[in-house]
Design a protein. Sequence first.
Length: 318
Amino acid sequence: MPLLEVDSLTVVYRARRGNIKAVDGVSISLNKGEILGVVGESGSGKSTLGLSLIRQIPPPGIVVSGRILLSGKNILNFQEKEMSLLRGRKIAFIFQDPMASLNPVKNIEAHFVELLRTHERNMSEPDAIRRAKDMLKVLGISPERIHDYPHQFSGGMRQRIMIGLGIALNPDLVIADEPTTALDVIVQAKILDLLKKLRDACGMALILITHDLSIALERSDQIAVMYAGQLVELANSKDIQNSPSHPYTQGLMRSIPNIELADQRLQAISGTPPDLLNLPKGCRFNPRCPYAMVHCHEATPLVQTGDNHWVRCFLYGG
């Protein structure tokens, strides 16, 4: 049984002008210990998908259909009290902006102690502090800095602290939403190496949400490509790298710079993502697609083109 199964999930934001389908019929599955990369441009629905997995979609967003099965149980049927116990212990979320997520008037010790004692009621405060110091060691941060406040750390260290808070209770699944945004490439690599190291040590599954396809290709076992709220391609990372099938995925691949090619010219994808309140008919990518046909103005199903390779495109039998 997969650790996580998302079945035909649809999330809508109710606006005055109409309903915005931020996530439209998305289905994915993830086994224990696997890494799934979720990629796409801003507004593709990546973060909404991640937040829906912990039932924290901001208002006026709401799940209107589908299932989210964690270890076989549909968490959409859980009461909020059950979800509160689940978050942190079974499923954790690492937000992309640690300065907005860490409390500026609490030191790091207070963050860890509150988290640990909330979920483990029998844990004493000294034991929680010891656990917190051990976690800081794992994160490569001096335990003596446990009394420091978020503003006293660098961006990379704050992100590591967020990761530590996310995995402090050894959850089965961690969702990392743009964990390397605004960090330089050296710190990016350290953060991603840390996530992989923790995945290997704890056996947790990881969903890596990123707009950078190159990061997903390097770090993920399988990749889900999203566009305008829909899943347009799903395959293992090697298949995406060697034979991307959807024209949107191909465009993302062509936009990745190669430092070994001095005369490489990057190719941008023409146009812009559609307005989710005024979506094009049929394939949502067809106004930007160089291969668009008459059929592309009809509904485009997700079709299987190979072993564990799914594409939403008429060029591949849709």
